[in-house]
Every structure is written in structure tokens, then in C-alpha cells.
Design a protein around this ligand. Structure first.
Ligand code: FAD
Length: 493
């Protein structure tokens, strides 16, 4: 498509999806160049700001990403919030392809009264961002002065929240947890964390490693799971291996002597949040959360996909229960939003699923129906917009670990390479960028960024910030001491 000049690809987002796609593009297409645009001055997305500080081995992927960035065909453009600071349309004339890998910048809500954020009601996304030093949540200041925490949702993020709340701060001190969070957690009075799910143990989405970590926390006991919600042994023995081992672990954990430690946690099943309640005397003190009880489909209660329905008392009233709560976290999933300007590029966003509509291989679906028809594996036909792609959580939805994000990003990168190659003899660039080699890529966009007074950060700038964070960390006996504010990051440059 691009003759002898490079095939210029813009990647929006520098998380695992962006970096794995860049790695693949640069290694498989020797003329590809990548400009990676990132909202924050620093790279790595949720690898830096989501993955828990006590999971340093998961962050090893950053070494691979750093290696990618050594390529002379790679360029990092940080501190540019695309769609807000700079319109997407400013990119289009300068690239052969644009790949959206901007993740999920919001979280799902419960839609219950009292959910609005206060010092005692938070999304897990905000809390995780807070303890990981994400500038957006630097000032969260969660109220940890009470003893009872309730976390809604039973995925691994909910367990991360529970573990950080219950961990001995000394065990976190040498990690890259934000200093201010460590300080606050050291004064936390939280003694009990309830991790509450709508459905039963077989329907929970946490995995064995995260449950085991919580069960093994020193000085923290596990309150046994009520026998009546737990599947019988005959059902457990017939489960697929991973789920069977998880259930066996929960059964073993439930057999321990409860309440032997100052702190405890529990998994509470079959409860849907109904409302939050504050003290009539101290209106800022959350006292409890009210839940309606659920029951699993009685004809098929041990099917992992079994749905729940509200449980009713013999009086015909819904069965309700109150759980004490001094602080409340919802952890029911992240959510992607359409970037401002996506529509102007003709891109369809599936608001229901919270993803950029795509063909599963990363080709973006056209909003108007104009574009190139393409047959999907299921036989249906979509029209896609040549030159526009997506990868990662904004493509698949906000689920999946870094390994599955990598596989997904590789698929999209292979699609881009295939399209760039198959357009060799046609009209030129997939996005119809001018065929001459001037003013393309970041060189073409830079002027517009400067005109708007932006202060983009380069990879060198990140290396400087990284070095200072590590230096500061060394003095405090920790891996790194992150800057919690964008101004402070820019200050060291
Ligand atoms: P992200 O990592 O979110 O990256 C998106 C990037 O795009 C971000 O850097 C963002 O700042 C940037 N961006 C957003 N908007 C714009 C814009 N307008 N302009 C420019 N840039 C923009 N996986 C594991 O394997 N192990 C774990 O232990 C683990 N723990 C996790 C803990 C939490 C709390 C969460 C939420 C996830 C965890 N995961 C874990 C999953 C893993 O983080 C994801 O699979 C992966 O990060 C998704 O990658 P992504 O690139 O699609 O999105």
C-alpha cells in the first residue's frame, strides 16, 4: 500500500493491547512504523495502574514493552488525550492505519439509591486507581475509619480490593503501592470484608490463585460459606478440573475454625444490592447496605450458567437482609466509552456491550454501512472501514487477563498487516493518506498538537520519570515511588 515509504500506524493507548500489537507489527512488517498515543505522560495502562502492587510478577510484561520501545520505528506520544486534547480527525490524514486500544475508562454502576460517590462509597476502579497512584484518583481519600467493608462483585478485581484492605501494610511497603495509600491503609480500622455476589459459588468469576492468596493472608480468617448455598460433593467431583479445584479450596477454607483472627473476610452469595443507608445522627457515616435475597433456578441450581430470581417469604414479601457497612465498593466491571470523534470517522460503537463494533479480527465496523463488505465466520456480512482497527478491552469488552489481551492484540496486528499487504496494488494508503513521504505520522500531527498548546511526552521523557520514580523508591526501600500527579511527572522533565 505504501510503496517504498513506511506503513505508518497510529496506536491509541499504551496498555498491553497497544504494546503487544506494536510488537507484532514491528516484528512482522519491516516497513511498519508505530506512533503510540497515550493520554497519560507515562505508558503501560492497567499493567501500571490496575494490576495489584503485590503482584509484581504480572508487571514483568513491562520489560517486553520496554524492549518494543527500543525499535527505531517506534515512537511514544504521551500526555495527549485523543478525542479531547486533539481531535481524532487530526490523525487520519497522516496514517495508513489507526488502531484503537484505549481500554475501559469507566466502570459499571449498580443503579441503586445512595450509590453516588462519597468518602464511603467507591467504585473498585477508583479505589484500585487510588492505591496504584493513578492521577485521576489521587484525591479519592476513602473512609477507612469504620470496621466493615462490603465489596459488590465476585471477580478477581473484587478480591484485589479485599486483599489490599486486609493485608498487613508491612507486606505492601516494599511494593510500588502509592505512598499516600500506604499511609492511609496503615491507619485503616477495617476488620471485616464481605465480598458479595448475586449468584452462587459456581457462578462466581474469581480464580483459584486470588482466592488462595486471601485464604493465606496472615492474621486474617475466612468465615465459612453457608452449607445451604454450597454445591454437594457429588456435584463438585463432576466439575471440570479448574472449577473443581476452586470449589475444593473453598470447601477446605470453610472447614477451618472461624473467627480466630482479628480480621476476617467472607464470600456472601445470592444477594443483590438494594440500597445504602446512613446514620441518622451522623449523615456522612454509612451504616449498612440492604440486599434482596436471590435463589438459583431450583430445577438446575448447580449449572454454572444458572440464573437467579428474587426469593420471596411465605408472606409474599421479598426476602431482604442488611449487612453492616462502613465503606462500600462496587466491583461489577469496567466499561469502555466511545472516544469523542469516533462517529465522525464513521465508526460504530456498541453501547450495549461497551465495545467498538468489529469483526472479531479487529476490523472496525462502519456506522453508515459504507465501507468494504466482509464475511464473518458465522456467515453474516459486515461493512468495515479500511484502515481502522481495535484491540484489547475496547474490542472484546473489559474481561480477560494480560495473556488473553496479548493473543487478541496479535490477531488485530495480523489483520492490519494482511490489509496493508493486500492493498499494495490499489489506491495507496488504507486511510487514503497522501502517498508522498512528507508530513506523515507524528511529524504531520505535531504542528496541530503544538498549536493547541499540548506538551507531549516522549519515550525519553518516560525514561526520565521512570528513573526518578525508581530513585525515590530506592530511598524508601520500595520498587518505585510513583508520582501521583501529572504536574509532578512533568516537573521532573
Ligand atoms: P488498558 O490496560 O486499560 O490500556 C489502555 C490505555 O489507553 C491506557 O494507558 C489509557 O490511559 C489509554 N487511553 C485511554 N483513553 C485514551 C485516549 N483518549 N487517548 C490516548 N490514550 C488513551 N491481568 C493479569 O494478567 N493479571 C493481573 O493480576 C491482572 N490484574 C488486574 C487488576 C485490575 C484491577 C484490572 C482492572 C485488570 C487486571 N488485569 C490483570 C487485566 C489486564 O489489566 C487487562 O487484560 C489489560 O490491561 C487490558 O489491556 P488494554 O490495553 O486493552 O487496556
Amino acid at each position: 500500500a505504501t510503496g517504498s515509504r513506511p506503513a505508518r500506524v497510529a496506536i491509541v493507548g499504551s496498555g498491553p493491547a497497544g504494546f503487544y500489537a506494536a510488537a507484532r507489527l514491528l516484528s512482522k512488517h519491516d516497513k511498519a512504523t508505530v506512533d503510540m498515543y497515550e493520554k497519560l505522560p507515562v505508558p503501560f495502562g492497567l499493567a501500571r495502574y490496575g494490576v495489584a502492587p503485590d503482584h509484581p510478577e504480572v508487571k514483568n510484561c513491562e520489560d517486553k514493552f520496554t524492549e518494543v520501545a527500543t525499535s527505531p520505528r517506534f515512537n511514544f506520544v504521551g500526555n495527549v488525550d485523543l478525542g479531547n486534547d486533539l481531535p481524532l480527525s487530526a490523525l487520519k490524514p497522516h496514517y495508513d492505519a489507526i488502531l484503537f486500544a484505549y481500554g475501559a475508562s469507566k466502570d459499571k454502576e449498580l443503579g441503586i439509591p445512595g450509590e453516588k460517590a462519597t468518602r464511603s462509597v467507591h467504585s473498585a476502579r477508583a479505589f484500585v486507581g487510588w492505591y496504584n497512584g493513578l492521577p485521576e484518583h489521587r484525591d479519592l481519600d476513602p473512609d477507612l475509619t469504620g470496621e466493615e467493608a462490603v465489596v459488590i462483585g465476585q471477580g478477581n478485581v473484587a478480591l484485589d480490593v479485599a486483599r489490599i484492605l486486609l493485608s498487613d501494610v508491612e507486606a505492601l511497603r516494599s511494593t510500588d503501592i502509592a505512598d499516600y495509600a500506604l499511609e492511609k491503609l496503615s491507619k485503616s480500622k477495617i476488620k471485616r470484608v464481605r465480598v458479595v455476589g448475586r449468584r452462587g459459588p459456581l457462578q462466581a468469576s474469581f480464580t483459584i490463585k486470588e482466592v488462595r492468596e486471601l485464604l493465606q493472608l496472615p492474621s486474617v480468617s475466612f468465615d465459612p460459606i453457608a452449607k445451604d448455598v454450597f454445591p454437594p460433593e457429588s456435584v463438585i467431583n463432576a466439575l471440570p478440573r479448574a472449577q473443581k479445584r476452586l470449589m475444593q479450596l473453598l470447601a477446605k477454607g470453610s472447614a477451618n475454625d472461624p473467627k480466630t483472627s482479628p480480621k476476617s473476610w467472607s464470600l456472601d452469595f445470592l444477594l443483590s444490592p438494594d440500597s445504602l443507608h446512613w446514620s441518622p445522627i451522623h449523615p456522612y457515616h454509612l451504616t449498612h447496605a440492604k440486599f434482596s435475597r436471590n435463589e438459583l433456578d431450583p430445577s438446575d441450581p448447580y449449572n454454572p450458567t444458572s440464573k437467579v430470581t428474587p426469593k420471596y417469604l411465605s408472606s409474599g414479601k421479598p426476602a431482604m437482609v442488611n449487612l453492616p457497612a462502613s465503606v462500600f465498593f462496587r466491583s461489577v466491571g469496567y466499561k469502555s466509552l466511545p472516544l469523542p470523534g469516533l462517529e465522525d470517522l464513521g465508526i460504530q460503537f456498541d453501547t450495549q456491550r461497551g465495545v467498538i463494533s468489529n469483526d472479531g479480527f479487529g476490523r472496525v465496523k462502519s456506522l453508515s454501512g459504507s465501507g468494504e463488505p466482509r464475511k464473518l465466520p458465522d456467515g453474516s456480512v459486515i461493512t468495515h472501514l479500511p484502515g481502522l482497527y481495535c484491540a484489547g478491552w475496547v474490542k472484546r469488552g473489559p474481561t480477560g487477563v494480560i495473556a488473553s489481551t496479548m493473543t487478541d492484540a496479535f490477531t488485530t496486528a495480523d489483520t492490519i498487516i494482511q490489509d496493508l499487504t493486500s492493498h499494495t496494488s490499489s489506491a495507496g494508503s488504507l486511510l487514503h493518506a497522501p502517498r508522498d513521504s512528507t508530513g506523515l505520522g507524528w511529524d504531520g500531527v505535531k504542528e496541530e498538537a503544538e498549536r493547541r498548546g499540548l506538551r507531549p511526552t516522549s519515550w525519553k521523557d518516560w525514561q526520565r520519570i521512570d528513573a526518578v520514580e525508581r530513585e525515590r523508591g530506592l530511598q524508601k526501600g520500595k520498587v518505585r515511588d510513583k508520582f501521583g500527579r501529572v504536574e509532578d511527572m512533568l516537573q521532573v522533565l
